[in-house]
Design a binder for this molecule. Structure first.
Ligand code: PLP
Length: 394
């Protein structure tokens, strides 16, 4: 039944079940750390995995609130199962620890979220895992990076903060042929605009902190994929923790109910802002997957049904001019993170991507003057008016 629903209907209804005890209309928040067993036999059966049910909130399926969110997200991504986490980084860590062990090799997109870069470049090598960062927008680079030990390919598309797009279907096919897992960080696009599993990827993850929660009031992460992998990952989840709180799970369930409506407005506003910036002589360049000037515009049109709310640009005068612009906005909020209802502006080279070495930033196109904008759902005219006055003040 749920498989046949259209996306908007799934946002509102998928996995929602009326509370069987009191009939509460919305999913209750199960604010509990542990669950009562009827007898020792049942407790033993649950621990042995012979009987499904809840045990302890750290152990999947955590609590009924978490289970509804995991199922809802899996439905939206087109996956068999899902797992929630305390943050996007907890999700990426659990995936890595499940898929990789000492001696294995990981291929990762070279432009990725700053903390993912740090996890892959500082933590995983210490565990004996070899990591190659490649420009995955060029298929040849991906093909050449494979080694016999390659067990996972990690993609971020569109990538943070350059909005570089890579061909998920083609890379997933290569990974499959080589016996490696293909994982996509889908945080920027969300399942509303891009469904990596339908393109052949094995896992799709999102930082719920961004568009899934959608209101900049929580931290969370969620993964969708095959039942086999999600089950395999449950040991890592149970042993390492990194569990989302039940209240956050409930907020994410609520956030997902309006995902389709919010994403439409984010994308509509972002396109208007991108076009405005591109029309300005004082703007050097703008990167937005919905602009025909984007290097992978045709690919973005092929694998995404819309272009989301993230864009980056550089104004003439480089870093100094960029700083003055950011310091002069009045409506936009100077904050990292993204996917909030309000427009957020930030400077990746000194903020989200400061942990990426300068030479690496230069190589992958994170210029010192790059300004990142998470376009909110305010009236687009107000956002543009604000940017106009800030550009004037530079
Ligand atoms: C924010 C972000 C993450 C990390 O998510 P947290 O919830 O902050 O841990 C991972 N990937 C991308 C693309 C992000 O934007």
């Amino acid at each position: 039944m749920e498989r046949d629903m259209k996306f908007a209907t799934k946002c509102v209804r998928a996995a929602e079940k009326p509370d069987p005890i009191f009939g509460a209309h919305t999913t209750p928040i199960f604010q509990t750390s542990t669950f009562i067993f009827e007898n020792t036999e049942q407790g033993a059966a649950r621990f042995a995995g012979e009987e499904s049910g809840y045990v302890y909130a750290r152990i999947p399926p955590n609590t009924p609130t978490h289970a509804v969110l995991a199922e809802k997200f899996a439905e939206l991504e087109g996956g068999e199962a899902g797992q929630t986490f305390a943050s996007g980084m907890a999700a990426i860590t659990a995936i890595s620890l499940t898929a990789l062990k000492q001696g294995d090799h990981l291929i990762s997109t070279d432009v990725i979220y700053g903390c993912t870069y740090s996890l892959f470049s500082q933590i995983l090598p210490g565990l004996g895992i070899d990591v190659s960062f490649v420009d995955t927008s060029k298929i040849e680079n991906v093909k050449q990076a494979f080694k016999p030990e390659t067990k996972m390919v990690f993609l971020e598309s569109p990538a943070n903060p350059t909005l570089t797009v890579c061909d998920i279907a083609e890379i997933a096919a290569i990974a499959k042929e080589k016996g490696a897992l293909c994982v996509v960080d889908n945080t920027f696009a969300t399942p509303y605009f891009q469904r990596p599993l339908e393109l052949g990827a094995d896992l799709s993850l999102s930082s719920c902190t961004k568009y899934i929660g959608g209101h900049a009031d929580l931290l969370g992460g969620v993964v969708a994929g095959s039942k086999a992998f999600i089950n395999r990952m449950s040991a890592v989840v149970g042993y390492t923790g990194g569990i989302m709180g039940p209240h956050e799970a409930w907020l994410c369930i609520r956030g997902l109910k309006t995902l389709h409506v919010r994403m439409e407005r984010h994308a509509e506003n972002a396109m208007k802002v991108a076009k405005f910036l591109e029309s300005r002589p004082d703007v050097e360049w703008v990167r937005y997957p919905g602009l025909s000037s984007h290097p992978q515009y045709e690919l973005a049109r092929k694998q995404m049904s819309g272009f989301s709310g993230m864009l980056s640009f550089e104004i003439r005068g480089g870093i100094e001019a960029g700083r003055r612009l950011i310091d002069n906005v009045k409506l936009c909020s100077l904050a990292v993170s993204l996917g909030a209802t309000d427009t957020l502006i930030q400077h990746p080279a000194s903020m989200t991507h400061a942990c990426v070495p300068c030479a690496v930033r230069k190589k992958v196109g994170i210029t010192d003057g790059l300004v990142r904008l998470s376009v909110g759902i305010e009236d687009s005219e107000d956002i543009i008016t604000d940017l106009k006055q800030a550009l004037k003040a530079v």
